[in-house]
Ligand binder design. Sequence first.
Ligand SMILES: Cc1ncc(COP(=O)(O)O)c(C=O)c1O
Length: 357
Amino acid sequence: MTSCTVARINHDALKHNLARVRGLAPKSKVMSVVKAEGYGHGALQTARTLADSDGFAVARMGEGVSLRKGGVDAPIIVLSGFFYRDDPAICRQYQLQPVIHCAHQLQLVCQDKGRDPVDVWLKVDSGMHRAGFDPDDVEEALRALRVTPGVGKISLMTHFSSADDLDDTATGQQIECFNATVKGFKLECSLANSAGVMGWPESHAEWVRPGLMLYGASPLKGQSAEELGLRPVMTLESTLIDRREFNRGESVGYGKTWQCPEAMPIGLIECGYGDGYPRVLSQQAEVLVGGHRAKIIGRVSMDMISIDLRGLPEVSAGDPVILWGEGLPIEEIAAAAGTISYELMTKVTTRVMADRG
Ligand SMILES: Cc1ncc(COP(=O)(O)O)c(C=O)c1O
C-alpha cells in the first residue's frame, strides 16, 4: 500500500440503503443519483453495485457518457441537460435522457434534425427558483416537444428546495404546485430526492431520485442516519503514524496555535486537507483512534493532523483512525466544519480514492 489514507467503500451498505429506498417507496421506480463521481464514492462502481436501480441520474453529459462507456445499460438521466448544439446528437448516440429546464435547451432539442428518438424530462420550477420552466410555460414547452420528431418519451420532474426540513411548508406547496401543473398530462413524474423519499411520501410518484441516502447519510434535519435505518458507505480511514510526548507550554503545528497545557502525548495521523479533510476543522472535531475518540489539536495541515492522546495510554503508532464513517457519523463532522455531508463526500481527493472497489 502506498498510502495509509483510504476512503473505504462498503458496497453491502450501498445495497442496504437502496433496499431502504425500495421499502419506503415501493411503488416507485428508483433513479439512483451518481453524479459527481457517485458523491465521491466512484460513479461506475456505485452503478455496478446498484445495478438493480431502474435508472441512474448524473448532472453532466460527460458523466453519462462515462457510465455508458463503462457498460451501464440502464436509463441514464442527465439532470442539468445540455448547452451545446451537438449535445442532442450525443444524447442520441449514448441514449442519455436530458432534463430540459430552460428555453435555450428547448430550442436546441426542437431544432435538432436527428430522427431516432431521445427520451427527455421536462423540469417544472415548482418554487425552488433555480432551474425549470415556470408552471405557466409548461404546457407550451410540452407542446413543442410533442411535435418534435426526434423527441421520444417525455417525463416530468421538479426539485425541492427544503425537503430536509419536515416543518417547512415550502415542500407541501411545491408538491401542490407541481401536481396542479402536470394534472391531465398523463406522463411519468419525479419529485422526490432523498429527503422526499424519507419525509414526503406524497411526493413519490412514478420515479424517486435519491442520492445522499444511498450513501448512508441522513437527508433529514435533526435525525441521524442510524435512526433512519441507513448505513454509512464511505469510511475515511487512516493510521496513527506517530505518538510523542511533549512538555507543558510546547506548541504544536503551523502557526503554533496550540500549546500543551501539561506534559502530554500527541498523536500524528496521515491525513490532511490534501486528502479532503477540511482545514476549518483545526481544533474543531474528533477522530476515532483505535476505537476511542480523540480531539484534533493545532492546525490541520495538507498531509497530517495532530490529536490529543491524553487518557489513551493504549493507543500507539499503527492504530487505525477513522475520520468519518463507521462509528463517527459524517453529519457530525460536516456540522463541525459548517458544511453538509454532500460536500465532505465529494471533496475527498484522488490520492485517497484507491479503495473504491
Ligand atoms: C435534480 C436533483 N435530483 C435529485 C438529487 C438527489 O438529491 P439527494 O442527494 O438530496 O437525494 C439532486 C442532488 O442534488 C438533484 O440535483
